[in-house]
Ligand binder design. Structure first.
Ligand SMILES: C[S@@+](CC[C@H](N)C(=O)[O-])C[C@H]1O[C@@H](n2cnc3c(N)ncnc32)[C@H](O)[C@@H]1O
Length: 219
């Protein structure tokens, strides 16, 4: 589906207010754990502030900006929070900068230390263009943590997203390369696990199943 049409579809769906767009910092940290990052976001951001004097963090499909709002309250004013979303923030003061736009049409902020995107990229699609743009938005030493839901989950419900077979093919290809736009790349498929497994206790719910993608730009 062309980006414009898909954006209109999500505008309609989200305007009904039935889909959760308000994940908390604690919930974002659970996603980070699913990505294999066990350091909470507030600690990661605090380390950038300590070493650089500032931390620019960008959330793609930020919803109402709740998680980054809480992050700033934890770490302080040296964290600069930026979000992009199709829909307006419920409260404009939630973030330092907010871009209300279809991500495919908006220039992305430069020199980001941390980029996160949870529960949103599969609604955006066009990964062969979008993911390299995300990698280019990272500052030296910056990291992007992305979680992308599977096109179809095996756990019973199918997801109608913008994840086409092409998007999945692109992610498979990405998992075979080690460098994208000067960043190290890591792609992993977290399968649906119906039964808790002690070894991977953070991957026990079908909601955690999906692709995890990490970009790391060297210093
Ligand atoms: C399921 S919500 C997740 C929000 C937040 N990340 C969270 O976990 O609470 C997905 C968000 O992506 C946004 N979105 C979907 N397609 C988009 C697009 N093409 N450009 C910008 N935002 C988009 C939606 O408006 C929605 O707020």
């Amino acid at each position: 589906m062309p980006p414009e049409k898909s954006a209109n579809k999500y505008l309609e769906r989200y305007a009904q207010g039935v889909i959760l767009r308000d994940q908390t910092l604690k919930q974002y940290n659970t996603f980070l754990q699913n990505l294999g990052e066990h350091t909470p976001l507030e600690k990661i951001a605090g380390e950038y502030v300590h070493t650089k004097g500032v931390c620019r963090i960008f959330d793609i499909g930020c919803g109402n900006g709740q998680a980054l709002h809480e992050l700033k309250q934890h770490v302080g004013s040296l964290v600069h929070t930026i979000g992009v979303d199709l829909l307006p923030l419920a409260d404009a003061s939630m973030l330092d900068e907010f871009i209300q736009a279809n991500v495919h049409d908006a220039p992305l902020p430069r020199d980001c230390d941390i980029i996160v995107s949870f529960r949103a990229l599969h609604e955006m699609g066009n990964f062969s263009i979008l993911l390299p743009r995300i990698a280019r938005a990272l500052a030296r030493g910056g990291r992007a943590y992305l979680w992308i839901r599977f096109r179809d989950t095996q756990g019973g419900h199918a997801f109608e997203g913008e994840m086409s077979a092409n998007e999945e093919k692109y992610l498979e290809k990405l998992s075979e390369i080690s460098n994208l736009e000067g960043c190290r790349v890591l792609v992993e498929k977290v399968p649906v696990e119906e039964t808790p497994s002690p070894a991977r206790h953070t991957h026990t719910t079908p909601a955690a199943a999906g692709y995890v993608v990490l970009f790391m730009r060297p210093r």
